[in-house]
Design a protein around this ligand. Sequence first.
Ligand SMILES: N[C@@H](CCC(=O)N[C@@H](CS)C(=O)NCC(=O)O)C(=O)O
Length: 305
Amino acid sequence: MWQLMMSQLAPRDKTGAYIRPNSSFRNFVGKAAENPFGPATGRYRLFVGKGCPWAHRTLVTRALKGLEDAVAVSVAFPGSGGMWELESEIFSCKTMPEIYQLAQPGYNGRSTVPVLWDDVKGAIVNNESSEIIVMLNSEFNEFARHPELDLYPDTLREKIDRWNEKIYHAVNNGVYRCGFAQTQAAYDVACSELFAVLDEIDRALSTNRYLCGNSVTLADVRLFTTLFRFDAVYYSLFKCSLRRIQDYQNLSGYLRDLYQLPGVAATCDLDAVKRDYYGNLFPLNPGGIVPAGPDLANFLLPHDR
Ligand SMILES: N[C@@H](CCC(=O)N[C@@H](CS)C(=O)NCC(=O)O)C(=O)O
């Protein structure tokens, strides 16, 4: 029964390792004359879930760039039947699957968040967080309160991309590879890769304030949303339990440093994170009981970075 439930929750390969499905809407907002998705204020919105680390990346980038007035947000929460339900009905839709059907009738992939949505065309621009944050960084500068902040500068791109590739596989998706592993062997591989890369990052952070030097980049944004959930959720629910982020000399302060950047804390909702994970991944936590700790005040301690 557990195998059956897990296979519905998490696609796997023949070794029992989790495989994340590809995102299917991959358009870009941009100024080119032939691009139907031109930059504008008040035209685009993000559909997000507060618990979701991928959606959280888009909220952090929107906050750091100061795009709160330019790009709207619609919040979804996990409803019955494992689908995202919208906090308030919009375009006559109550759920994310309905939003996907509105954009593409007959769509039969997964209805994930985040989604970058075009209110004018009634279309999904993109549902891949790593691409949405690149657009939010560079294509909305005329409407941003912090256009000068470049989270993906040309000079650092190679370095950022290198970290991103490593961190996506071992950490961002790595925690899911631990939690959704369906054999001991698949879990063992994912867990040792996860902690090898966390150890490597901790070493790099002993000489650098951020992953790529003294300024925050998209590599930090992408890592942050996984670290924020780590001790509260992944450590226990996903069995990522060799070490906590709090136990790392540099990663612990680095996490607090990012949390304390202007605008970031407002995007963080640990109660929603815990409720979403512990309450909705039935095969991993059948009773749905949400643990009490850890204390959110930890994030406000001095970061000493
Ligand atoms: N590749 C996507 C992944 C997004 C994703 O997996 N979102 C999860 C929530 S954390 C989701 O909406 N899952 C619903 C489902 O798979 O049906 C991205 O990074 O944007």
